[in-house]
Ligand binder design. Structure first.
Ligand code: CA2
Length: 150
């Protein structure tokens, strides 16, 4: 079965434990369960990772080339700093959807720019963890379209 890769950047392992006013009270395990359910409903498996290390996220993106049907990524703070993650995504051939739990545009000015958005096929911000579900659905739709009619 084709697989959607879901990547999460630094500090998202703390989801549900701190800052519920910004990121809600659900945990990263809840996000993973949501992605698994949404992917299955679209006929996909999902593979879910979180890392606090930039190189690890880059290595997962490299490994997705030719193996993953699409990528959903919340690069967290690397969104605003990482040309390296943008370069890795530019070398990936499939659909990419960027997701942010909070509405970054209502927050500090330094969160308003995303390097990753220059590559993303869609960007979902401010929908809470529900945004991951939308992102998985969109990647599945784009992946189906790329594969064409059966
Ligand atoms: O809104 C988002 O999803 C962000 O990607 C979250 C990042 C932030 O740097 C981006 O600007 C927007 C931060 C993730 C940190 O997650 C935490 C979760 C709970 C407690 C502390 C941090």
């Amino acid at each position: 079965m084709p697989t959607i890769l879901v990547l999460n950047g630094p500090n998202l392992n703390l989801l549900g434990q701190r800052e519920p006013h910004l990121y809600g009270s659900e945990t990263l395990a809840d996000v993973e369960a949501l992605c698994t359910r949404k992917a299955a409903a679209e006929g996909f498996k999902s593979k879910f990772h979180q890392s606090n290390r930039e190189y690890e996220l880059i290595d997962w993106i490299h490994a997705a080339r030719g193996t993953m049907a699409g990528i959903v990524i919340n690069p967290a703070a690397f969104t605003h700093t990482s040309v390296a993650i943008l370069d890795a995504l530019n070398a990936y051939e499939g659909p990419v959807v960027e997701v942010h739990i909070s509405n970054v545009h209502k927050r500090e000015a330094f969160r308003h720019h995303s390097y990753v958005s220059a590559r993303a096929d869609a960007v979902i911000v401010g929908a809470g963890i529900q945004g991951y579900g939308f992102a998985v659905e969109r990647v599945a739709h784009l992946a189906h379209a790329l594969r064409g009619p059966k």
